[in-house]
Design a protein around this ligand. Structure first.
Ligand SMILES: CCC[C@@H]1OC(=O)[C@@H](C)C[C@H](C)CCCCC(=O)CCC[C@@H](CC)/C=C\C=C(/COC)CC[C@@H](O)[C@@H](O)C[C@H](O)CNC1=O
Length: 159
């Protein structure tokens, strides 16, 4: 248990997943499609948006593709956790975030065949795609794993 921290990681994953699903639910029920609520002026808004594709609307509507990819990603992450994340907290956190993010968008795709997006940021005059908590978890998870492999851990098990 200590080496894999299954219980703490499961709690982190469930909390991230719950926040993702709650925020999507609130946006979908409390806002009309396209409605926008400024949080920090033009720079950060909550905009109710839907996306039946991946980042930037790629593979729009290809739900079977998304189901297959997501199950493959989840199976790979479980395998990777068991083989590479032993005694490695950073890697365990990164993989947990990736799994929570993948599951969050998977639930939306299974239930609605599209994903609820609402985080609308204006980055240096480039209107970044609208995303959600699950995308944030996926992106942070990717960054953590990259840091772990290339900077701190070099992939080896750390005490
Ligand atoms: C973040 C992964 C996207 C997420 O992948 C998932 O679900 C996984 C589990 C399933 C995918 C089929 C697999 C990855 C496809 C590759 C991809 O997509 C390139 C990733 C670039 C990424 C590097 C990490 C940068 C940034 C993206 C965005 C900002 O993220 C903060 C824009 C998000 C908005 O376009 C929003 O509309 C997307 C919508 O919510 C559906 N989300 C997905 O498909």
């Amino acid at each position: 248990m200590k080496q894999y921290r299954i219980l703490p990681m499961a709690i982190v994953g469930i909390i991230v997943l719950a926040i993702d699903q709650l925020t999507k639910f609130l946006v979908a029920t409390q806002m009309s499609l396209g409605e926008s609520i400024p949080v920090i002026g033009e720079y950060l808004k909550i905009t109710s948006h839907r996306n039946s594709g991946a980042a930037w609307g790629m593979f729009e509507g290809r739900m079977l593709f998304f189901y297959i990819i997501t199950v493959a990603v989840l199976v790979f992450l479980i395998y990777f956790y068991k083989t590479e994340a032993k005694n490695n907290l950073l890697m365990q956190v990164g993989i947990t975030l990736l799994m929570a993010g993948a599951l969050g968008n998977f639930i939306d795709r299974l239930l609605f065949q599209e994903v609820v997006d609402f985080v609308d940021v204006l980055i240096i005059n480039y209107d970044f795609p609208i995303f959600n908590v699950a995308d944030s978890a996926l992106t942070v998870g990717v960054i953590i794993l990259l840091i772990e492999v290339f900077i701190t851990g070099r992939g080896k098990n750390k005490k």
